[in-house]
Design a protein. Structure first.
Lengths: 571, 180
């Protein structure tokens, strides 16, 4: 190890947080608020909140290609543009250039990345659901994967803590399958959705609720103190919100951490390796490579939080080899990189709706309706697959683009398209994927990226359980839309791979036994307790709900634990 | 040229352009060559540009509000094809223009032109190729170019840049759609 003694003092912090996305931002906030001097290291370029949201206030005609994906961006963003709309010039420059940051697909994996301040928290779908008790218990009960080392009760106060800070709009429903949280006022369901909700309860006893979404419907002091304002219902969130109305690391956790004067952020710095001190038997810091200058530097801290995103966190650990950890950092169990999970999406059904001609909406709702899991739940038992799925979707009136597929042209046709079209509805499933040690990422033994770091290989795919569930996602969607009395019900099944849910997780899972897991109940690496992993990598199973607030809750809980342990000199 | 002949010609052209052997040849060509990703090869002749402009204006004519030509749709279509579409669509588009050239589209009177487009619209529905047919391409790009242009959008819809609230409302008679 080549210690740079001169830089040592300036390069030493209480904590290092690797990554500035959803969980890294939260780690920085929690650790600085508890008095720690924190260095946050982001591999991508700097984006300044509001200032750098360069497309946020653009008008439709300001976009040369009117929001379509160009051949050039499809080529540069060959993975990102697999997700609908992410190749669009509205957002594309904020997503990673895949050509410059390639990975190897042994089996195709749609890896959606945003290498810049705030990471994917700038672009997320903002849907925020607590896990239920069952989600933490199912692995043990069903003998799948390994048991979670924690239960819902362990995380419950941290969910509340996160929800209050983030600001989540939602409707309390009193459901075990989808526990209520601490909500700001709910957004409305549209008239045909309210009809759908009633029909589903009447005919199937299935609840439907409006999406729980991290957009401020009624900002509280905790939000306005950071300059966050109420949602303006433009629904252009993914460009970055100039009002700070939706939560991201940029609008929330990073400003909160900066406020303490204890946060430093290093951009353009790829963490290539965790430095392990063989004598002290703990990690002493990290080695970074500047992505532009290629210069290497070392930074040191008492504790290290890994929040690089599940795949990059796993890759970093695998690349951190020492005498003690010859198979990768904390990888005695050989579980790092394995059990890669996601949520399957891309299938469901659409329909057209007759009636409700007088019902219209002013403003754009940055949200959807949500149908909680009903499969393998309560009295429902599926023989073809395990676990379940939820649906997201909603109704809207058709716009001018209905004219593309319709017959006609000319003056009347033109005039007709200026009126709101008929209501249509679409629902799509988010399905739980089970942990499977054959679904994994690993480092290529020969090929290296331009920074000399081994390239990441994705080797994961849907298995039988996922395909059987997918069939039911489609069939149940059709059945529900037909039951609601909607017309022209049409199933859809878009070709997707794992990864497209953008919920990749599980690559350094928590567990009770160091032989089968990487992290303990407080997200500490079993074999090196001053390193914490609190991004998606920590997940032992995937549930079917969107994971971000769970990552944040795990992060807040681990941060609290880490600071207490530091104070007691246990770390 | 009589209407009947026009239609017969278009039918022949379309039949020829999209027959199975042609599609196969197109596929082979596609496989044998690198897809033209930056579209450098795609450009239209002046006559082709005139046909595009004429068709775009027939789809969205000038009325008491601007038409396709007023807001620059013809140039938009060519730019979009070049930047956002690949070789199969380029070929499909050029073949469509060729068939318009063969029926001397620009020399027809307005009724005849409309007749050709109506026929084209019906014929396009029968095409099962993965490649978007000419009619669909030109229609889609005309509507996109027009309804998202500043003048087209503002003339057609009630433009609301910052709604500031979300409200369930009842539609008033003849109310235009909101655009955001």
């Amino acid at each position: 190890m080549n210690l740079n003694i001169k830089a040592n003092k300036n390069n030493t912090f209480d904590a290092i947080v690797v990554g500035s996305g959803m969980s890294g931002g939260f780690a920085a906030k929690e650790l600085t608020e508890r008095g720690l001097k924190v260095l946050m290291i982001e591999r991508g370029h700097e984006i300044k909140h509001i200032e750098d949201y360069d497309t946020a206030m653009k008008e439709p005609w300001d976009f040369e290609h009117r929001g379509k994906t160009t051949n050039l961006s499809a080529e540069e963003r060959w993975a990102n543009s697999r997700f609908w709309g992410l190749g669009s010039e509205e957002v594309v420059n904020h997503l990673t250039n895949d050509k410059e940051n390639p990975y190897i697909e042994k089996r195709a994996f749609d890896w959606i990345r945003a290498y810049h301040t705030g990471g994917k928290s700038m672009h997320w779908g903002r849907q925020s659901y607590r896990w239920g008790k069952h989600d933490f218990e199912a692995n043990a009960k069903e003998g799948i994967g390994i048991d979670w080392p924690i239960r819902y009760e362990d995380l419950e106060p941290w969910y509340t803590h996160v929800e209050k800070f983030v600001g989540i709009s939602g409707q309390k429903e009193g459901l075990d399958v989808l526990p209520d949280g601490h909500f700001l006022p709910a957004m409305p369901l549209f008239a045909p959705e309210a009809h759908f909700k009633n029909k589903m309860m009447e005919r199937f006893n299935r609840p439907v609720t409006v999406g729980r979404v991290a957009n401020l419907t009624q900002p509280q002091d905790i939000h306005t103190a950071l300059g966050r304002a109420s949602c303006q219902y433009r629904s252009k969130c993914q460009r970055g919100c100039p009002y700070g109305a939706y939560y991201s690391s940029l609008s929330g956790s990073i400003p909160a951490a900066m406020r303490t004067n204890r946060l430093s952020i290093l951009h353009d710095s790829i963490v290539a390796e965790i430095i392990y001190d063989e004598q002290k038997k703990r990690a002493s810091g990290v080695r970074i490579i500047n992505q532009n200058t290629m210069l290497t530097e070392e930074y040191f801290a008492k504790i290290i939080f890994l929040n690089a995103g599940s795949i990059n966190t796993a890759a970093l650990m695998l690349n951190s080899k020492s005498n003690r950890f010859q198979n990768g950092f904390g990888n005695e169990s050989d579980q790092i990189g394995r059990n890669l999970m996601d949520h399957q999406l891309g299938s469901g059904a659409t329909a057209s709706i007759e009636g409700f001609e007088d019902d219209y909406v002013y403003g754009q709702r940055p949200n959807a309706m949500y149908i909680p899991r009903f499969r393998n739940w309560g009295n429902d038992k599926q023989t073809a697959y395990q676990r379940g799925f939820g649906y997201q979707g909603g109704a809207s009136r058709e716009g001018w683009n209905r004219g593309v597929g319709a017959d006609g042209f000319g003056a009347d046709f033109k005039q007709g398209l200026t009126k709101p079209g008929a209501w249509t509805i679409s629902i799509g499933g988010f399905g739980e994927i089970l942990p499977n040690s054959n679904n994994r990422i690993y480092l290529d033994s020969e090929k290296k990226d331009k920074w000399g770091i081994p390239m990441i290989v994705t080797d994961a795919a849907f298995v039988e359980n996922d395909w059987a569930m997918r069939k039911d996602i489609i069939a149940s969607a059709v059945e529900m839309l037909e039951t609601a009395g909607f017309k022209k019900v049409t199933p859809y099944d878009r070709p997707t791979h794992m990864g497209l849910g953008i919920h990749d997780m599980g690559t350094a899972r928590m567990g009770r036994d160091p032989k089968t897991s990487v992290l303990n109940a407080f997200n500490q690496v079993h074999d090196c307790k001053n390193v914490f992993v609190t991004d998606g990598a920590a997940m032992t199973s995937s549930s079917c709900v969107n994971p971000s607030i769970t990552y944040m809750a795990l992060t807040a809980r681990a941060s609290d634990f880490a600071v207490k342990a530091l104070k007691k000199k246990e770390l | 040229m009589k209407r009947r002949e026009v239609i017969k010609n278009v039918a022949l052209m379309l039949g020829g352009a999209f027959s199975a052997p042609t599609l196969m040849a197109m596929d082979n060509w596609e496989n044998a060559t690198k897809p033209n990703t930056n579209g450098i090869a795609f450009s239209l002749t002046e006559t082709q540009q005139r046909i595009v402009a004429e068709i775009a204006e027939l789809i969205i004519p000038k009325t008491d509000t601007p038409g396709a030509k007023d807001v620059g749709v013809p140039a938009f279509i060519e730019m979009m094809l070049k930047d956002c579409y690949k070789t199969p669509e380029h070929q499909s588009f050029i073949e469509g223009l060729d068939s318009m050239g063969k029926v001397k589209f620009l020399e027809l009177n307005t009724d005849e032109k409309r007749g050709v487009l109506k026929f084209l619209e019906q014929e396009s529905k029968k095409i099962t190729s993965k490649t978007t047919p000419f009619w669909r391409l030109i229609k889609e790009l005309t509507l996109l170019g027009y309804f998202t242009s500043e003048a087209g959008l503002k003339a057609s819809f009630e433009y609301v840049q910052i709604p500031g609230k979300l409200e369930l409302i009842k539609l008033k008679p003849n109310q235009k759609a909101y655009a955001y």
